[in-house]
Ligand binder design. Structure first.
Ligand code: UDP
Length: 234
C-alpha cells in the first residue's frame, strides 16, 4: 500500500492517504501531551506499543461483532484503516471515578459506580473539549439521533468486551475514550484504544498502567505501556 500525502497530524498520530481513496495509513508517534497539550513530552517506543495494543484490541472487538476502522497492520508504527468522517465527539465511558469526573463532582479517585457512566465532549482543542449532552449534540448537529443511538449502543458493548478482556489479564478498566467515524452510512469505531486513551489499573494493587504515569510524573511510563502490551498479546 503506497503512502501518499499527509492529510492530518494530531498529537499522537498522523494520517496519510494511500492509492485507495477509501483507505488511510494511521501512523503512531511517540509524542505525548496532557492537559489539553499544556504538558508535552515523548514516551520512548510509545508509537510502536500503542499501534500493537490498538491492533490487538480492534481485532478482539471485531471478533465480538464491533465494526472498526482497522483493516490490517502494516509495520511497527502503521496500520491501514478505513477512511471515515470523524463524528466530532469524544465518547467517554467510566466504570470507576477518576480524572475529570473526580474534579467535576469532588469525588475521591477510585470511587465505585453502580453502573457505567457515558459522557460526551465536543472535540475542539481551542475550547479544551467541553462536555456536552445529547441536547447540545442534536441542536448543533454534531451527530444525528440515529447516529447517537448507534454510538451509545456501541459504547456500552465495547465497554463490556473491553472490561472482560482486560480482566483476563488482571487489569481493571477504569475509563476510556472512543471516537467514532461515519463510513458508508454506518458508524464504526475509529482512532485508537491504548494506554493513552484508557485508565488501566493493576487488579489488587491499583498500580496505574496508563497515561496518568505521564500526566502525574509517576515514572516508569514506558515500562507500564510495555507491560500492558505484554499482557494484551500474551
Ligand atoms: N481521554 C482521552 N483523550 C482526551 C480526554 C480523555 O483519551 O482528550 C481519556 C483519558 O485517558 C481517560 C478517559 O478518557 O481514560 C477519561 O478522561 P477524563 O475525562 O477523566 O479526563 P482527564 O483526566 O484526562 O482530564
Amino acid at each position: 500500500m503506497e503512502k501518499r500525502d499527509k492529510i492530518y497530524e494530531g498529537k499522537a498520530k498522523i494520517l496519510y492517504t494511500t492509492d485507495d481513496p477509501d483507505l488511510l495509513i494511521q501512523y503512531f508517534k511517540d509524542d505525548a501531551t496532557a492537559f489539553n497539550a499544556a504538558k508535552k513530552g515523548t514516551i520512548d517506543q510509545k508509537g510502536i506499543i500503542n499501534n500493537k495494543i490498538s491492533t490487538k484490541i480492534f481485532e478482539m472487538l471485531g471478533s465480538h461483532g464491533v465494526a472498526t476502522h482497522f483493516v490490517k497492520s502494516l509495520s511497527d508504527r502503521e496500520m491501514l484503516v478505513k477512511r471515515v468522517t470523524i463524528v466530532p465527539l469524544e465518547v467517554i465511558v467510566r466504570n470507576r471515578a477518576a480524572g475529570s469526573l473526580c474534579r467535576l463532582l469532588g469525588l475521591p479517585e477510585g470511587t465505585g459506580l453502580v453502573c457505567p457512566i457515558l459522557e460526551f465532549s465536543y472535540k475542539e482543542d481551542r475550547l479544551g473539549d467541553p462536555m456536552v449532552n445529547e441536547y447540545h449534540i442534536r441542536a448543533l448537529k454534531f451527530a444525528t439521533d440515529d447516529e447517537m443511538e448507534k454510538i451509545k449502543a456501541l459504547a456500552f458493548k465495547i465497554n463490556e468486551a473491553l472490561r472482560e478482556f482486560f480482566k483476563t489479564i488482571n487489569i481493571e478498566l477504569i475509563d476510556f475514550k472512543l471516537e467514532f467515524g461515519k463510513y458508508k452510512n454506518d458508524i464504526i469505531l475509529a482512532d485508537e484504544i491504548s494506554p493513552d486513551t484508557c485508565r488501566l489499573w493493576e487488579m489488587g494493587t491499583g498500580e496505574k498502567l496508563d497515561k496518568d504515569r505521564f500526566r502525574r510524573d509517576l515514572g516508569n511510563i514506558e515500562q507500564a505501556y510495555q507491560e500492558v502490551l505484554r499482557r494484551v498479546t500474551q
